[in-house]
Ligand binder design. Structure first.
Ligand SMILES: Cc1cc2nc3c(=O)[nH]c(=O)nc-3n(C[C@H](O)[C@H](O)[C@H](O)COP(=O)(O)O)c2cc1C
Length: 140
């Protein structure tokens, strides 16, 4: 059975809803999906999963959340090369710049993006939740 880690940070629950939908999509398709809070994910956990969905909202000024998510991500970045991953997250007043930069960064790290990133303006609507469930299936 394919093992998928869904590693995310969410302050007000929008990115968490997306994570839940990704998990549902992966589980329905027969994978073992694990939702993991960013602060609990460690570099050594990378070897326990076949693919990864990383989720973080736009914070600061178009950056990843800096106290928990960014340090975790810094610690795993050197292990991304050749890994099948997906990115997702929610944003507010910007235009998605944080996600464009993040996508560019993981491509430079050598990660294999299984699909385009999924982003939600504030709370995910039904269309975004559908995209998230599809993303979960694609990660298998
Ligand atoms: C401290 C802070 C910084 C933020 N910075 C940005 C930003 O740079 N660009 C943007 O589009 N939204 C920004 N937002 C809005 C959040 O990305 C948006 O509310 C998102 O839905 C939060 O997701 P969450 O519910 O998963 O925490 C910011 C929100 C907070 C609280």
């Amino acid at each position: 059975m394919s093992k998928i880690a869904i590693v995310f940070w969410s302050g007000t629950g929008n990115t968490a809803q997306m994570a839940q939908a990704i998990s549902e999509g992966a589980s329905v398709a027969g994978a073992e999906a694990t939702l993991i809070n960013a602060s609990r994910f460690k570099a050594e956990d990378m070897d326990s999963f076949d693919s990864f969905a990383f989720g973080c909202p736009a914070m600061g000024a178009e950056v990843l959340e800096e106290s928990e998510f960014q340090p975790m991500f810094d610690s795993i970045e050197s292990k991304l090369s050749g890994r099948r991953i997906a990115l997702f997250g929610s944003y507010g007043w910007g235009d998605g710049e944080w996600m464009r930069q993040w996508e560019e960064q993981v491509r430079a790290d050598g990660a294999i993006l299984v699909a385009d990133p999924v982003i939600a303006h504030e709370a995910p609507d039904e269309n975004v939740l559908y995209e998230c469930r599809s993303l979960g299936r694609t990660l298998i």
